[in-house]
Design a protein around this ligand. Structure first.
Ligand code: AHR
Length: 513
């Protein structure tokens, strides 16, 4: 009898179904050896004029029946504030290189109506423009990151935009700002000089783009104590040549260079469903997500050749899972649902960005509301927080912390082409508090984890967990709390050891002090 049950357990574990015994894992954390600062902007957002990303998602106008603060949806404002979103990129994306900012200032009823030819060919009424965006950032406490138009705009137009936003004295653009109701300039630090200039931003070669960057950036001035952090349009995924050419030709004329990489579960032609996928498709999505680590490592090594002191930041200003749109929705609006899988993908990306904190200065998920891997979905007056929202919430403690050195020993999981450790972690320290985030990628197997906290004494551990019955579980407008953040109370602290069981397909964050 005993023999049969042992044999049965063996079969189960071979087949990848739940094992009787959780896998054993250990983690050493050197709590007194900080590595690099985790810039809070790694947890940034991106909001483009695309689908309901702005209109309906953030901006409903002052006369809307949807509860709003000066035209901004109240529910969305509160959710963003709760997350302490550090930075928001705007107005695109591809939209940025067709955007002429003058169309979006002045009396709203006089603004030009244009075609949003990148995204669904719908009418853009320009009612959300520069003042509306910068006031929104002030309202939610986030820094603005402006994506300037290098593709179809002029250097003069970009220079004027900086003057309009940031000049304190009397000048044509500062006076126009005043006439539009804003006396004091805003502080605007992050400035993108073009977007995807290898593609929708102008189909340029890196050599041609570098020349244009040098020209446009020359006229972007630091006014009235404002200090611009200029970001060059960077590579598409593994286009290492782009990074090499721009680093060599532009060098320290820029403070950052971007990188765009999306997790596409299947192919670009048929990306896969956001809500219906099997275990293998999940594992492939994870494998494709983990590729971000190789991309950052290799782009960073190229940057090291020209910038060994790592002064130039790698700005991952578009990342996230990109699936097929929800059936029945406008294909140009990129509206997709968001499952537990997506929260795990977000957490894995956070762990990778944190590990590369010496080079990754900012990252912006695509996109904040109603577009691609959103943290918030809206429909009329309803709003729902996605599993990805909760992943951001769980990582708040890492913002501005010092990355800690960790050594993880755990079982491997077969993803398809490659294997990966079943767990992924990030540990940081801020004001004597350790934040430890753990992701269990494995869809079926739990892990018993022992953490050895070296170099400090600790008295308490608190935790929270995000998981659900199925990887495909989502939050909907009718059932908004299927995937919810819950307290995690079973981590035990004894001396310098913390022990816990990390359930399959879960994210846990511990706060240890
Ligand atoms: O995020 C959606 C689009 O993806 C952006 O507009 C573009 O920059 C990228 O190709």
């Amino acid at each position: 009898m005993k023999k049969i049950s042992l044999f049965f357990i063996g079969l189960l574990s071979l087949g990848g179904v739940a094992t009787a015994q959780p896998s054993k894992a250990t983690l050493v954390i050197e709590t007194d050896q900080p590595q690099a600062k985790i810039h809070k902007e790694i947890y940034g957002q991106f909001a483009e004029h695309l689908g309901a990303g702005i209109y309906g998602g953030i901006w409903v106008g002052k006369n809307s029946k949807i509860p709003n603060i000066d035209g901004y949806r109240r529910d969305v404002v509160e959710a963003i504030k709760q997350l302490a979103v550090p930075v928001i990129r705007w107005p695109g994306g591809c939209f940025a290189d067709q955007y002429h900012w003058m169309d979006g200032v002045g009396p709203q009823d006089k603004r030009k109506h244009l075609i949003n030819s990148n995204w669904g060919g719908v009418v853009e009424d320009n009612s959300f423009g520069t003042n509306e965006f910068l006031n929104f950032c002030e309202l939610v406490g986030a820094e603005p990151y402006i994506s300037g138009n290098l593709g179809s705009g002029t250097p003069q137009e970009m220079a004027d935009w900086v003057e309009y936003m940031t000049f304190d004295g009397s000048s044509p653009m500062a006076d126009l700002r005043r006439a539009n109701g804003r006396d004091k300039p805003w502080k605007v630090k992050f400035w993108g000089v073009g977007n995807e200039s290898w593609g929708c931003g102008g189909n340029m070669t890196p050599e041609y783009y570098s020349d244009l960057y040098r020209r446009y950036a020359t006229f972007l001035h630091n006014y009235s104590g404002n200090q611009l952090y200029k970001i060059a349009s960077g590579a598409n995924g593994n286009d290492y040549n782009w990074t090499d050419v721009v680093m060599k030709a532009v060098g320290h004329r820029m403070q950052g260079i971007s990188l765009h990489y999306y997790t596409v579960p299947k192919t670009w032609a048929d990306k896969g469903s956001a809500t219906s996928f099997d275990t293998q498709e999940y594992l492939t999505s994870i494998e494709k997500t983990l590729y971000m680590n190789e991309l950052i490592t290799k782009h960073s090594a190229i940057m090291d050749k020209y910038d060994p002191q790592k002064k130039i930041g790698l700005i991952v200003d578009e990342w996230g899972i990109w699936t097929n749109v929800e059936p029945g929705t406008n294909p140009g609006f990129l509206f997709q649902q968001n499952s537990l899988r997506d929260a795990i993908i977000a957490a894995l990306n956070f762990n990778i960005f944190d590990q590369h904190a010496d080079r990754v200065r900012m990252a912006n998920i695509a996109q904040m509301v109603n577009v691609l891997q959103s943290i918030i979905l809206t429909k009329g007056d309803k709003m729902v927080l996605t599993p990805t929202y909760y992943a951001f919430e769980m990582y708040k403690g890492h913002m501005g912390g010092e990355l800690l050195n960790t050594q993880l020993t755990c079982d491997q999981i077969n993803l398809g082409q490659e294997k990966s450790p079943m767990l992924s972690v990030s540990a940081s320290s801020k004001d004597g508090v350790i934040t430890l985030s753990i992701v269990n990628i494995d869809p079926t197997n739990d892990a018993d984890l022992t953490c050895d906290l070296r170099g400090g004494t600790f008295k308490s551990v608190l935790g929270e967990i995000l998981t659900s019955k199925n990887l495909t579980d989502i939050n909907t407008f009718d059932v908004p709390s299927t995937v919810q953040l819950k307290p995690f109370t079973s981590a035990k602290l004894k001396g310098s050891n913390v022990t816990l069981k990390v359930p399959a397909k879960s994210i846990i964050t511990l706060t240890i002090q």
